[in-house]
Design a protein. Structure first.
Length: 659
């Protein structure tokens, strides 16, 4: 617990500090650790009575939880798990108890893995209580067992019974295609009771109201990229699949029992994800709000979470719309947001009476700060920042950009510019991972900010296949991994040269996962464009996806590969950088985790062997006990330093970059 006390020792209360757009001037080089360290705080949840705040806090190789007094931020209690164990999905159950899931950090994974364990904590102290999971106790004649061999996650707490929560669970014995069930779980005894089974096999989620009434089930399709929508008929205890008129891939976000309205996001006839409303069991919908260019990004809700009151769209920078001018909450959030210049402002957690709520404020220069707003006092109070050591005024500006690809498709992206330097800048093209449904956005990005702090401009483009720009734009990337998607990245680099952002002989390309793949593929397709390549956790022979990657170990993953990448070895080879390695001219920095299950280490070794054979210069940065992306902060710091040294060898910076 002393570790948590030390964490909060430097935090002081203060009134709202408005973000500034003052010009940034050149300053001392910031420590690499500023960018390689993870956030100090993750989930921040206000208790129903508003008297306490629960905060999850990564610390080294574990994530613990602290409970603070709302008025003073005094530490009330803290819970910390064993090495490589992480608390996540924390939810208050009444005012005195919290329930959460437990994940395990394994070497092959980038994020902690959930093995279905659920635990509870006393808000004022007391021991952790094991409620459900494979380490639980067996049944006895007097005490219900807590052992459960399967996946599970917290669905929601019950408003009318503070000792009960709803849990979705699926036994491991059911095989690859789980048959999920919804359980009622007693947080005192660990006793659980099954309520209903899902209407289909495979992953999905139950949607219930605050009283535990079952409303919907949303299930994934076999190729993992679509959904099926079911309503529950309580009188008949049966499910009915619903196909809404004019929309697809519907996902419910809230239910208002007073009006019997269901709010949901869905893909409309324009191909964009928008907000709609309907009534229970109806197949007709009304559009609430839709953007002309981008999908809906996120929503804020009223205190009871029954109605969306604010919508956010990421169209370059964020655009926010008040959905509830008739409610005080909607108008209040709009007024607060206007006080924070050029930032995304969200209401993330409310007290039950609606008087207190947590504000989360972030931007391209601000990694995220939390405030507490008191409606009766009309005051926002600063609580803490996710990365306390980051000064937003020392960070680089992130500019939205747009250009046309060679076939006329509009491509959006971001240019992060080095503070205090004049263009043309040395440029790093940084394609994102994924690739489908993922996008780069207007946010604080540690890779881009680190590179900008070392004098490099960073170009990140949302090539076709990326998320956020509608289903049609995403689908343009189907089976185009090594062709049109790469063309979009290349056209972005050419745009930067023609726009004077950089010189034609002063750019490199760096990416991780699909970004590592696309960096190498871009360099073999355009061997004279880039001065160097950084290939991090990439896959370079796409046949590996089916043969060795964890993606190809299950039928749904193989369906995804067949549908979205290629369904034959010939097609996979056509899109593989190793097929064209003889064309490569640029030196390569190969970065990989030995335990990577998504893009196996084998491909990194195959690439190194090919470069050696062809006398192409390369550098090698491999770490054991690391998976798909580095988790150890020392390894992350060493990588950033090695990355900067590699780029410095091949790109001109400072005055030499402009001459």
């Amino acid at each position: 617990m002393n570790n948590f006390k030390a964490r909060f020792a430097g935090i002081s209360l203060g009134t709202v500090a408005l973000l500034s757009t003052l010009p940034i001037h050149a300053a001392e080089v910031l420590p690499t650790e500023f960018f390689s360290k993870f956030s100090e705080f993750h989930s921040v949840q206000l208790s129903p009575n508003g008297e306490h705040i629960a905060v999850t806090m990564p610390r080294g190789d574990t994530t613990g939880m602290a409970v603070l007094r709302t008025d003073t931020l005094e530490l009330v209690t803290a819970s910390q798990l064993d090495k490589d164990m992480h608390i996540f999905d924390v939810e208050w159950v009444g005012d005195d108890k919290l329930v959460s899931g437990v994940g395990y950090q394994e070497y092959q994974s980038e994020q902690p893995i959930n093995y279905g364990e659920i635990v509870s904590f006393g808000a004022s102290g007391g021991d952790l209580r094991y409620l459900m999971g494979y380490k639980g106790r067996p049944d006895t004649s007097k005490i219900p067992g807590t052992v459960y061999l399967g996946w599970s996650y917290l669905n929601n707490a019950l408003e009318d019974d503070p000792n009960k929560v709803l849990v979705s669970a699926c036994a491991w014995a059911s095989g690859e295609l789980c048959h999920w069930s919804l359980y009622e779980l007693d947080t005192d005894s660990g006793r659980r009771k099954r309520i209903i089974r899902a209407p289909q096999l495979g992953s999905g989620s139950f949607v219930t109201d605050a009283q535990g009434g079952i409303r919907y089930f949303v299930g994934e399709t076999e190729n993992l990229v679509g959904v099926r929508f079911y309503t529950y008929e309580s009188n008949e205890r049966s499910w009915s699949q619903v196909e809404f008129n004019g929309i697809q891939d519907a996902s419910p976000v809230s239910y208002d029992p007073d009006s019997n309205r269901v709010y949901l996001t869905a893909v409309g006839e324009n191909g964009l994800r928008c907000l709609y409303r309907t009534t229970f069991a109806s197949d007709e919908v009304d559009e609430v709000i839709c953007h002309d260019t981008v999908d809906i990004h996120s929503l804020d809700f009223n205190a009871k979470r029954t109605r969306p009151i604010r919508a956010h769209f990421q169209n370059g920078r964020f655009e926010s719309v008040n959905l509830a001018p008739d409610l005080e909450e909607g108008s209040l959030l709009e007024a607060i947001a206007q006080r924070f210049d050029n930032a995304l402002v969200r209401a993330t957690s409310w007290s039950d009476d609606g008087n207190l709520f947590i504000l989360y404020v972030s931007s391209d220069r601000n990694p995220g700060a939390y405030y507490l707003f008191n409606r009766s006092e009309k005051q926002a109070r600063y609580l803490f920042s996710r990365r306390q050591w980051i000064d937003p005024q020392q960070m680089a500006e992130r500019r939205p950009i747009q250009y046309e690809a060679r076939d006329g498709t509009p491509i959006h992206g971001y240019l992060t510019v080095p503070p205090g330097a004049e263009q043309p800048w040395p440029l790093v093209v940084l394609p994102h991972g994924g690739p489908f449904g993922i996008r780069d956005g207007w946010r604080w990005d540690p890779d881009a900010q680190f590179l900008a702090s070392r004098g490099y401009a960073v170009l990140q483009v949302n090539f076709r296949g990326s998320g956020g720009y509608g289903q049609s734009f995403r689908d343009l990337g189907i089976r185009k991994w090594g062709t049109e998607m790469i063309n979009d990245i290349t056209d972005g680099a050419q745009w930067a040269i023609e726009s004077g952002v950089t010189r034609k002989d002063n750019l490199c390309i760096f990416g991780a996962s699909y970004g590592g793949y696309s960096s190498l593929m871009s360099a073999v397709r355009e061997p004279d464009l880039y001065q160097c390549v950084v290939a991090y956790a990439g896959i370079y022979d796409l046949r590996t996806l089916n043969r060795k990657s964890d993606t190809g170990q299950f039928s749904r993953g193989r369906n995804y590969i067949d549908d979205y990448v290629g369904d034959s070895d010939d097609e996979l080879l056509k899109h593989s950088p190793m097929t064209y390695i003889d064309a490569l001219k640029a030196p390569v920095f190969i970065v990989h985790g030995i335990n990577d299950a998504r893009t196996p280490y084998k491909d990194a070794k195959t690439l190194r062997k090919a470069l050696k054979k062809r006398d192409i210069p390369y550098e090698w940065f491999v770490r054991d006990r690391e998976g798909h992306g580095f988790r150890d902060v020392t390894n992350r710091t060493d990588f950033y330093n090695a990355l900067a040294a590699f780029l410095d060898k091949h790109l001109a910076t400072g005055d030499s970059a402009t001459n």
